[in-house]
Design a protein around this ligand. Structure first.
Ligand code: SF4
Length: 329
């Protein structure tokens, strides 16, 4: 049986790169796999980097991440959506995996090298991150893992850990495969300085007030060839053109291409057209998020229910693992 697992960082306010890159993929896979698709807000991962999380806001951001995913159409009654720390089996399996994973394998992870360089004294949780990630996936014997391309090395290590465990304790886990989220890497930031990313502060949040989004678009750089209103440009060299491709219908895209290349439209008009379609797309999502926020019990109940459903699978797998590792029953 095929099963999907994906971890979601509790950043609280996803941007349109996350939305088009990963979140829409979750909805698609959720419709296809139903209760065989598990989505988990990975708060245990979030605390591995003490510089990047705040204990005063972690719970709120975890909650907000659930709200955002439900608001875009991930239906908690049709998929399994839960919070990682609500299912303690993640930690138990992670510990067992750290016992079969050489330190050298963990130390050679590129993300570990990058993140650990920020610390004088590196928290060991940062090193163990990929073992926890392997536990997240293998705890459900998931074989399909939607991730960004930056997670390739971690998925490869997960496969190695599965092989190692199977070799040491007998055939238990199948090796999962990564399914790459599309688009996230290609969506440019609103400052025109490369990829949209929270750390660069160049995002458009899907739950951001539309007025704030307009203020960002208003001053966003466009094709540098359009120095004067009469200079023609190229939407393929302009981040506003890229955003149009995400939000605007074909007839608007045609107007943009034609108008930009012939200097028939100005950049401000073009941005206003974008704002109309972007607003029409995000408005219902923001309305749904506001509804969910006004009913926090619904969200909490959905997360509790998700954790129960996840535990039903996890506890069976852990019984098998405990027995194979040789723990006294
Ligand atoms: Fe960009 Fe639109 Fe201006 Fe062309 S007209 S450069 S696509 S903002």
């Amino acid at each position: 049986m095929s099963r999907v697992f994906s971890g979601i960082q509790p950043t609280g306010d996803p941007h349109i790169g996350n939305y088009f890159g990963a979140m829409q993929n979750y909805v698609r896979l959720g419709e296809q796999y139903g209760k065989q698709s598990l989505y988990c807000v990975v708060d245990l991962h979030a605390i591995t980097n003490p510089g990047a999380f705040d204990p005063r806001t972690l719970a709120e951001k975890t909650f907000d991440m659930a709200v955002a995913n439900f608001a875009i159409g991930l239906d908690p009654s049709r998929v399994i959506f839960f919070v990682q720390s609500h299912v303690p089996e993640h930690q138990e399996l992670s510990w067992i995996f750290t016992c079969v994973t050489p330190v050298g394998e963990l130390e050679r992870m590129t993300q570990y090298k990058d993140k650990s360089a920020q610390f004088e004294s590196v928290p060991s949780g940062l090193l163990m991150y990929p073992a926890l990630m392997a536990a997240d996936i293998l705890l459900y014997k998931a074989d399909t893992v939607p991730v960004g391309e930056d997670q390739t090395q971690h998925i490869e290590l997960t496969r190695e850990i599965a092989r190692k465990f199977n070799h040491n304790f007998g055939e238990t886990f199948t090796e999962p495969r990564a399914v790459y989220n599309q688009g996230a890497l290609r969506i440019p930031g609103v400052d025109g300085q490369g990829k949209m990313s929270k750390s660069k502060g160049n995002t458009i949040g899907i739950l951001e007030p539309l007025d704030d989004i307009w203020q960002k678009l208003r001053v966003a750089p466009t094709d540098p060839a359009r120095v004067r209103r009469t200079d023609p440009g190229d939407p393929d060299k302009c981040l506003i053109g890229d955003y149009h491709k995400l939000f605007s219908p074909p007839e608007t895209l045609e107007t943009v291409y034609q108008g930009c290349r012939t200097a028939g439209i100005g950049c401000v008009d073009c941005k206003k057209m974008l704002m109309t379609h972007l607003g029409a797309h995000l408005e219902p999502i923001q309305a749904r998020a506001a509804e969910l926020r006004s009913d926090p019990d619904f969200v909490r109940d959905a997360l509790r229910q998700g954790a129960q459903e996840a535990r039903a699978i996890a506890s069976e797998v852990m019984n098998e693992v405990r027995e194979k590792v040789g723990f006294l029953k």
